[in-house]
Write a protein that binds this ligand. Structure first.
Ligand code: FES
Ligand SMILES: [Fe+2]
Length: 417
């Protein structure tokens, strides 16, 4: 089914001169003005100019291995049915009935032969086309009333969707993911566990937190014990990284390092970056004791003493260890409500209870995300105060600084003036 060109974005209500003034008064190198984290009309701009225009990861393909398998992914006020068709193609269908607009799927996941709207029982094929409309069959041109489909691409097992009629190109993303997550075997991985960590904060505060490790020492002693990211600007961390890169090279695995970083993309392309970092000596993966938690994945025949951070699109981040993977999806719900969906991946053949124990596997990113929730929630509370003023980013916060600069350019570029 073709992409419906009528699916266009709404025009946000914030007047462009107000937005221009706000952006012009934003001090450089500092956290954003309060309005960017708290004004509903700015949130509406974020949705239209970022989340409706860019590629977003919604999950791993292994979640829907069989024809008819589906899951519902809600993001930025929209609901999508991600479904594997009878032809085994995966599609992203907008979860809005073409009769009178009810959600078609109430369930969060399952398997279906047909998608039947519970309201008046219009029935859709797995490719979204309308199969039957009760008691209206003669009068209705069914070809006009298929579920709206949006763009979807699967790269290294990761399902990306884009609401835009004309999405950014994915050539750089595809190349970088293949050279990074591809070596960790993500295309053949399976989901071991999913968890939702909801924060009472604007999506940008959640992402800024993810993109800096200035807070790792004080907030994440468990993480900082094993990952040299907590001091990544220090000469000793750089020396460790060089060792890891050399070790990986010996193993025939070279992970790209800081490609297109920070927060930039070639014209017309979606953004992507990759960063091959080091564990501290004695640690080989992100676990409580730094020791292995699952069978090696992909091309890894041994541990290289490191791991890779990969980011693709504005709100999807990934972390690959040689023995497991973490997908970190940032899902805005409202101006100050964001879900962080975390998906743990292991090798396809790894068996729970035999090859890995779930509680050991998820320990590091569960503990870390619970701690992050607390600090992000308190960050938003403070930012909401009348005493909040934009504060200076430290050298360890160059990525959030770059992110906020990208953010301001992106929403300004979408204004109507
Ligand atoms: S709204 Fe779906 S069948 Fe009526
Ligand atoms: Fe954190």
């Amino acid at each position: 089914m073709p992409i419906d060109p009528r699916f266009s974005t709404r025009d946000p209500s914030l007047a462009s001169d107000q937005l221009r003034d706000l952006i012009a008064s934003q001090p450089k190198g500092r956290s954003l003005h309060q309005a960017f984290y708290s004004d509903p009309s700015i949130y509406a701009l974020d949705v239209e100019r970022i989340f409706m225009r860019r590629w977003l990861c919604v999950g791993h393909e292994s979640r829907i291995p069989n024809s008819g398998d589906f899951f519902v992914h809600e993001i930025a006020g929209e609901s999508l049915i991600i479904v594997r068709g009878a032809d085994r193609e995966v599609r992203a269908l907008v979860n809005v009935c073409r009769h009178r607009g009810s959600e078609v799927c109430y369930e969060k996941e399952g398997n279906a032969k047909v998608l039947v709207c519970p309201y008046h029982a219009w029935a859709y094929e797995l490719d979204g086309s309308l199969r039957a409309a009760r008691q209206m069959n003669e009068r209705l041109d069914k070809s006009e009333y298929g579920l709206t489909q949006i763009h979807l691409r699967i790269l290294e097992g990761l399902i990306f969707v884009c609401f835009a009629a004309d999405p950014p190109k994915l050539d750089d993303v595809e190349r970088t993911l293949r050279a990074s997550l591809g070596r960790y075997g993500w295309a053949d991985a399976k989901v071991a566990h999913r968890g939702i960590y909801s924060v009472d904060a604007n999506w940008k505060l959640a992402m800024e937190n993810y993109f800096e490790c200035y807070h790792c020492g004080p907030a994440h002693p468990e993480f900082a014990r094993h990952h040299a990211t907590d001091k990544y600007l220090a000469p000793e961390a750089k020396a460790l990284r060089e060792k890891v890169h050399a070790r990986a090279k010996e193993m025939g695995i070279e992970i790209p390092y800081i490609a297109n970083w920070p927060w930039s993309a070639a014209p017309g392309e979606e953004m992507v970056d990759a960063f091959h970092d080091a564990a501290y000596p004695g640690s080989v993966t992100g676990s409580e004791d730094g020791q292995r938690v699952a069978p090696l994945m992909g091309d890894f025949t041994d541990y290289d003493g490191g791991f890779a951070y990969v980011d693709a699109g504005p709100a999807s981040t990934f972390l690959a260890y040689p023995d497991y993977g973490v997908m970190y999806l940032f899902i805005p719900r409202d101006i100050q409500a964001t879900d962080m969906e975390i998906v743990w991946l292991v090798a396809k053949d790894a068996k729970q209870g035999v090859d890995y124990e779930l509680d050991r596997l998820i320990w590091m990113w569960d503990v870390t995300s619970i701690a992050d929730k607390k600090i992000i929630d308190h960050n938003q509370k403070g930012v909401n105060s009348r005493y909040y003023r934009p504060g200076p980013y430290s050298p360890m916060e160059e990525m959030p600084r770059a992110m906020t600069e990208w953010y301001l350019e992106t929403i300004a570029a979408g204004s109507n003036d």
